[in-house]
Design a protein around this ligand. Structure first.
Ligand SMILES: [Zn+2]
Length: 360
């Protein structure tokens, strides 16, 4: 930890503190994992991992994750997805500072259909801002990569103009990240020259021209990454795509090195050297979901195998002894939390953020 490094108050960072954190990541050549959430258990495991490894962290929730947090049978499902995100944000605002690390709160992929979801959250965020001087989230993502670049940037402009007065940043996506979620899978080799699979530096420059005067924005650029986990050999990362985008913006705008804030989607299962290379090109955020889902699930599987009878009988059928201390949800959910903490420790190591929390 550099002694001269700017320090921040622990807790959720927004506005200029969020910018300070992003700048520190880029200057230090490290990134933060952005961890998808499904419950208070995953949130707490994420905060625990950040505190244990003295790293700042990004907590994010998808539209579906927010719906689950509100309750799968929440009567109005669209409202549930807005309120689930609000509930998650309030949970994190209440607890994060006590873990002694900085947290970026973010909403994940919102395609054209989900723009109203983000706008619904912003209604609540603006109310929270009026009350407390802080928005609910540090940043939101719009994924309009399947639309025309023109539509993508027009909508992004409109949303960023609304968010910037609260210091809320915008993440956009340019180019298509492959993977199951996007209906692009399998034979990536055939697509090596598909311009939509690899973000074009000229598109990134247009986004920079339009959005950087408005507020904080970041770009998820496709450089062969895929959402989800595939057999080794199916993913061909080309981090030089990121370098080329940075170089073009730097040249046209006469900026310093790595002017863009870049985001790495579909990082699960990526080769570690390619991750390290991407970090040198201004990537400050790497999404992690698939790997932490597995890390959360696996210990429960092991626990149920080891204590099978406690999941079938309330009392031992042989001697009548109660199994309560084995089936108490806190026992097995805790195993999941520990699995997730361990996997996040690995991610924090890969991304170089261990011991680098700016919180003081
Ligand atoms: Zn993406």
């Amino acid at each position: 930890m550099a002694g001269s490094q700017t320090k921040l108050k622990p807790g959720v960072v927004t506005g200029k503190d969020y910018k300070t954190l992003v700048d520190a990541c880029k200057a230090g050549g490290y990134a933060l994992p952005a961890v998808n959430q499904t419950s208070s258990a995953t949130v707490n495991a994420t905060l625990e991992a950040a505190a244990k490894y003295k790293s700042d962290i990004i907590i994010q929730v998808s539209n579906g994750g927010a719906g689950f947090i509100a309750g799968q049978r929440f009567p109005d499902s669209n409202l549930g997805k807005v309120l689930g995100a609000v509930a998650l944000a309030r949970h994190v605002h209440t607890l994060a500072e006590h873990y002694g690390i900085c947290v970026v709160l973010h909403t994940d992929h919102a395609n054209k259909k989900l723009v109203p979801w983000v706008e619904g959250i912003l209604d609540h965020s603006e109310a929270h801002f009026r009350e407390t001087g802080k928005p609910l989230f540090s940043s939101h993502m719009l994924d309009l990569s399947e639309e025309s670049l023109e539509f993508n940037l027009e909508t992004s402009t409109r949303i960023l103009e609304r968010m910037a007065p609260m210091g809320v940043g915008l993440e956009i996506e340019l180019g298509i990240t492959g993977g199951e979620e996007d209906g692009i899978g399998g034979a990536f080799d055939d697509r090596a020259d598909n311009s939509r699979l690899y973000t074009q530096p000229a598109d990134v420059l247009q986004a920079y021209d339009k959005l950087s005067p408005l507020g904080m924005f970041s770009v998820a650029a496709s450089f062969g990454n895929v959402h989800g986990v595939y057999q080794p050999g199916n993913v061909h990362l080309r981090p030089e795509i990121l370098r080329n985008s940075q170089a073009l913006v730097q040249e046209r705008h006469h900026t310093g090195r790595n002017p863009l804030n870049l985001v790495f989607h579909g990082g699960s299962g990526s080769e570690k050297e390619k991750i390290a290379e991407a970090l040198g090109y201004g990537v400050f955020k790497m999404n992690i979901d698939t790997d932490t889902q597995f890390a959360f699930a696996q210990p429960i599987g092991r626990y149920v195998q080891e204590h099978g009878r406690a999941f079938q009988y309330q009392l031992d059928p042989d001697d009548g002894k109660p199994y309560k201390n084995l089936y108490d949800p806190r026992k097995w959910i805790r195993q999941s939390e520990l699995g997730m903490v361990e996997r996040l420790g690995e991610a924090l190591n890969d991304l170089g953020s261990v011991g680098k929390s700016l919180a003081q």
